[in-house]
Design a protein around this ligand. Structure first.
Ligand SMILES: [Cu+2]
Length: 102
């Protein structure tokens, strides 16, 4: 009986460490959020997107303005463009880091 409890504890410890490891790896992976471009301002380098919930930023669905990490992204974006976006918080500025156009 005691042995059974000990092996269950060991299994739980392994599971916990696996979870921790996975999180560490995923921290640098893009988190994709679906969205649609509703406005592009090339001069200001800003894009308005109606986005679904952004889990990595704990943000509910809404329409908002983002900066882009690379001005070249502006050429890939047009009003009505749908896709998946990797949004990040760069010192309080919401920014599009990567785009997967659909
Ligand atoms: Cu938002």
């Amino acid at each position: 009986m005691r042995k059974t409890i000990r092996s269950i504890c060991a299994a739980a410890a392994v599971a916990a460490s696996l979870t921790l490891t996975s999180h560490t790896v995923w921290a640098n992976e893009p988190v994709w959020t679906k969205g649609e471009v509703t406005k592009v301002d090339k001069e200001l380098g800003k894009v308005t997107i109606r986005h679904e919930e952004i889990t990595n930023l704990e943000m509910p669905p809404m329409r908002m303005i983002f900066r882009v990490a690379d001005p070249a992204m502006l050429d890939q974006l047009a009003v009505g463009q749908k896709g998946e976006f990797y949004f990040v918080d760069e010192n309080g500025r919401m920014m599009i880091k990567q785009i997967k156009p659909k």
